[in-house]
Design a binder for this molecule. Sequence first.
Ligand code: NAP
Length: 255
Amino acid sequence: MSLKIVTPQDGCAWITGASSGIGAALALELASRGWQVAISARRKADLAKIAKGQDNITAFVCDVTDREAMAATATKIEKKLGPIALGIMNAGIYLPTAFPDFDAEIFDRTFEVNLTGTVNGLAALMPLMVSRGQGHISLVSSVAGYGGLPTSAAYGASKAALFNLGESMAMDLKASGVHVSMVAPGFVKTPATDVNPFPMPFIIEAEDAARRIANGLAKGKTHISFPKRFSYLLRAINLLPRGLYVKLVGSSTNK
Ligand SMILES: NC(=O)c1ccc[n+]([C@@H]2O[C@H](COP(=O)([O-])OP(=O)(O)OC[C@H]3O[C@@H](n4cnc5c(N)ncnc54)[C@H](OP(=O)(O)O)[C@@H]3O)[C@@H](O)[C@H]2O)c1
């Protein structure tokens, strides 16, 4: 069965982690394409700035790590804007690891937002969409989830888990009418990457990333990755025997 690609006529879009960066740019992009967009995050003032002057963007304060609050937010969104047709689980944090110094807290915090936060969104959204026999859930992962990268043990593991989760969901939900997609950005200029002390190859602006994501969603793609040069390069390196992959990528760091 080929899945129906949802459009603004089917309901609204909900983007988590939309108070800055990719989520904020995607809210503006989807709004410009006719979507009613619900944006959520913890920072109320930043959400308000994004929604200001935008008739079809509505802000909802919500922490993705709070499962009950996520369910309550989905209910509030549907009450105000109608059925959620498109749910984009974008909230995420990057905390670098500094092995051999081990800090389990970094793993806890990363998994709580990037993985459990996404699961909390799914818990709120999946039953609604399945009961309607229609919807699109998109998980924002990262090219860092394709394989291990230096300083990325916590972040990369959380993003790899999202690929596995999303692919499994796509298989299991095939007959339900709910489409599942995964987004794998390379480097995008946002507050999250502004703090990176290293050069970021092929970095693109958040608005550019938002256009590419919106195009991929509209085409009903299952895997949306960009920029192509970087994503294909990483995917090609990941085809190497794993020992060789670890040697090659590991040799690119100064340690
Ligand atoms: N920028 C890149 O190069 C890049 C590359 C690959 C993947 N990504 C992914 O893209 C997504 C967006 O990242 P970004 O670069 O746009 O970073 P960003 O500007 O820092 O945005 C992260 C968003 O997540 C929200 N967030 C963090 N913790 C949250 C929580 N507990 N509850 C609710 N919202 C929370 C933040 O809002 P509040 O602080 O207001 O809650 C913010 O809106 C992330 O999943 C990231 O991993 C980014």
